[in-house]
Write a protein that binds this ligand. Structure first.
Ligand code: IPE
Ligand code: IPE
Ligand code: MG
Length: 246
């Protein structure tokens, strides 16, 4: 993944640079169904989904997307069978072990949103180290939502605001945004959910207020460069009015 892309040269896309979303957020859904269709265990689907991330990261750099947020594990996913939950934890562990150096070389800056306090201490340590190692990279921000829930995030923000002693008059949209896990990251321009499901499932519920949505039918492991390109083309066609008139 060479340092290409950025908004000056998106020739492969054939859309004007200002129509490329700065921040894309993806609900990586359909791993289980992908596996089932092939007679494989669900975890094989999660592994395939993880493999697919590489392709999508590369496409982000190629097309000039600056921030990619991925929904990897929700606060509700704890309700799955213990075998699947621990499998997903192990996948995160393996990905960091196997891919971190490469990601670092490619200039990817890792960030995390969600609550790490319920994660095994060794895994939490790994995540924090990876974030620290890559903090000065500037080719692409990969923001991983792991043990993330939009409502939990808002509760956490409110708790922090109260703890900091803010007065009612100080509560503004900017202040709340600042206290969310996403902090000062810009809101997502485009939210993609693969696998044909038409819901947010507690993902970025505050930040999504004016996002554009795109729901391809393909399962996440099949969402390749071409699918990503199609998503960006759809986005480029949207007319974002923010409540105003043209
Ligand atoms: C998305 O795939 C990944 C996670 C939620 C961790 P699913 O596991 O939800 O796959 P389906 O929706 O059952 O096909
Ligand atoms: C959302 O997908 C969470 C992630 C992709 C990590 P789910 O598969 O958990 O969502 P529901 O249950 O279909 O709403
Ligand atoms: Mg699902």
């Amino acid at each position: 993944m060479a340092k290409r892309g950025r908004k000056s040269e998106v020739a492969t896309l054939d859309i004007p640079p200002e129509k490329v979303p700065t921040h894309v957020a993806i609900i990586m859904d359909g791993n289980g169904r992908w596996a089932k269709k092939r007679g494989l265990p669900r975890l094989a689907g999660h592994r395939a989904g993880t493999e697919n991330l590489r392709r999508v990261l590369r496409a982000c750099v190629e097309f000039g997307v600056e921030i990619l947020t991925i929904y990897a594990f929700s606060t509700e996913n704890w309700g799955r069978p213990e075998e699947e939950v621990s499998g997903l934890m192990n996948i995160l562990r393996d990905v960091i072990d196997r891919e971190l150096n490469e990601l670092n070389k490619e200039g990817v800056r890792l960030q995390h949103i969600g609550d790490l306090s319920r994660i095994d201490p060794d895994l939490k340590e790994k995540v924090l180290k990876a974030i620290d190692l890559t903090k000065d990279n500037d080719n692409l921000i990969l923001n991983v939502a792991f043990n993330y829930g939009g409502r939990a995030e808002i509760i956490h923000a409110v708790q922090e605001i109260v703890r900091a002693g803010h007065s009612p008059e100080e509560i503004t949209e900017e202040l709340i945004s600042h206290y969310l896990y996403t902090g000062d990251l810009p809101d997502p321009d485009l939210i993609v959910r693969t696998s044909g499901e038409l819901r947010l499932s507690n993902f970025l519920i505050w930040q999504a207020a004016y996002a554009e949505y795109y729901f391809p039918e393909v399962y996440w492991p099949d969402f390749d460069r071409e699918e990503f390109r199609k998503a960006l083309l759809h986005f480029a066609d949207r007319d974002r009015r923010y409540g105003r008139l043209k």
